[in-house]
Design a protein. Structure first.
Length: 249
């Protein structure tokens, strides 16, 4: 009998920022469902979350979530648990891009980026870990970026927030390992999602600087998230997978 280590049957996954059609979170939600999970699509009420869930079917649930707000996290986790059961997997996917340098970034700009990209990850982990501890384990996947791996040419606030997420991932992994909760990260390069400003022309320009000659598809990052969420990576925690087609090699 062949055992599918990526089978998520019986698992409940909460994915933040998954309410954007064509986005990375929506791709993760679809792939997780294909592998047996029930998925909570968590995003702002102004997102396309309800439409994403309508496309995904009965194994998906939309819950409103502002990742920067602690009470919103409490409400989202409660709603998800009441409908689907305890959360086994968290993908901290929500993020915001700001293409500005140090002197172009206002204090308000900086605080907004950090609130979403960094504080949101902290609040998410804090919200689901008690339930994971009670259930005997879980898996957390934090979406970082190659912008958090180098300094040159990176947007100031965005890069700072992603550097922080890399650090939080490692500290949380060490702290939570005795509770069978694994914490890992993915650092994608350029991904073809609505977050990229400038549309097709911008993507074409960015692809010219990538050794493989193309940007990533959301499904390619989703496949890595599936691996880290599943038992296929059962002995992996506190690490990150860089998916950038050799951009930072």
């Amino acid at each position: 009998m062949v055992v599918d280590l990526m089978d998520l049957s019986g698992k409940v996954a909460l994915i933040t920022g998954a309410g954007s059609k064509g986005g990375q979170g929506a791709a993760e939600a679809r792939l997780f469902i294909e592998h047996g999970a029930r998925v909570v699509v968590a995003d702002l009420p102004s997102s396309q979350g309800a439409e994403v869930v309508a496309d995904l079917g009965s194994e998906a649930l939309f819950v409103e979530l502002d990742v920067t707000d602690e009470a919103s996290w409490t409400n989202a986790v409660t709603a998800a648990t009441e409908d689907f059961g305890s959360i086994d997997i968290l993908v901290n996917n929500a993020g915001v891009w700001l293409a500005r340098g140090l002197l172009e970034t206002s204090k308000a700009d900086y605080e907004r980026v950090v609130a979403i990209n960094q504080t949101g990850v902290f609040l998410g982990m804090a919200a689901v870990v008690p339930g994971m501890k009670a259930a005997g384990g879980g898996s957390i996947v934090n979406i970082c970026s190659v912008a958090g791996m180098k300094g040159g040419g990176q947007p100031f606030a965005y890069a700072a927030s992603k550097w922080a997420v890399r650090g939080m991932t490692r500290v949380a992994a060490y702290e939570l390992a005795p509770h069978n909760i694994r914490v890992n990260a993915i650092s994608p390069g350029v991904v073809d999602t609505p977050m990229i400003e400038g549309g097709r022309e911008a993507l074409k320009s960015l692809a010219a600087n990538i050794p493989m000659g193309r940007v990533a598809r959301p499904e390619e990052i989703a496949a890595i998230a599936l691996f880290l969420a599943s038992d296929a990576s059962s002995y992996i925690s506190g690490t990150e997978i860089t998916a950038d087609a050799a951009l930072t090699a």
